[in-house]
Design a protein around this ligand. Structure first.
Ligand SMILES: O=c1ccn([C@H]2C[C@H](O)[C@@H](COP(=O)(O)OP(=O)(O)OP(=O)(O)O)O2)c(=O)[nH]1
Ligand SMILES: [Mg+2]
Length: 155
């Protein structure tokens, strides 16, 4: 798969951690690691902002999304609170991950643990054009379950 080259700066507290990498040839995301000292515990119902030890410079026209890992969600009830977190192309600070423990047991994070994943994606900025009327569609203003829950409606 073609890879976009992105500058990444390892911060001093993450200097010994491996570069984030794709787990398989066609993975969509690289895993983000916790650049913490020792062990950090998130009690049930609590949240924590976890440092990753990296800063990046995305090319103009791209963003990165901080997403949860399904394994942590399924096994521990731990997810990214602001999912997907947005990393702007002009952000040069450390990437941080806001985790919340929705589980019923304390969650222990160790240094180097893969706590979330990062997807780089193209961005479209819009120029709003204010109008009085929008074009009509079959859906109109229907939403929030307006098409029901059974099989697809045929035309
Ligand atoms: O999970 C996240 C989300 C954001 N950020 C960083 C990168 C992003 O570019 C910046 C701002 O994020 P966001 O726009 O979501 O936060 P905000 O609350 O709107 O703050 P700001 O006013 O700085 O934009 O914070 C992270 O490191 N992790
Ligand atoms: Mg913002």
């Amino acid at each position: 798969m073609t890879r976009l080259t992105v500058n990444l700066k390892r911060l001093p507290h993450g200097a010994d951690l491996p570069l984030p990498d794709y787990a398989t040839a066609q993975s969509a995301a690289v895993d983000l690691q916790a650049a913490i000292d020792g062990v950090q515990v998130i009690a049930p119902g609590k949240r924590a902002m976890i440092e990753t030890g990296i800063a990046i410079a995305l090319p103009v026209g791209f963003e990165a999304q901080v997403r949860p890992r399904s394994g942590l969600a399924a096994k521990n009830g731990v997810t990214v609170l602001n999912s997907p977190g947005t990393i702007d192309a002009d952000y040069r600070g450390e990437i941080k991950v806001i985790l919340i423990n929705h589980g019923d047991a304390a969650f222990e994070i160790e240094r180097g643990m893969r706590i979330a994943q990062l997807v780089v994606a193209p961005v479209t900025q819009v120029a709003w054009q204010a109008v009085d009327d929008l074009d009509e569609t079959a859906r109109g203003s229907g939403g929030f379950g307006s098409t029901g829950t059974k099989g697809a409606v045929s035309a």
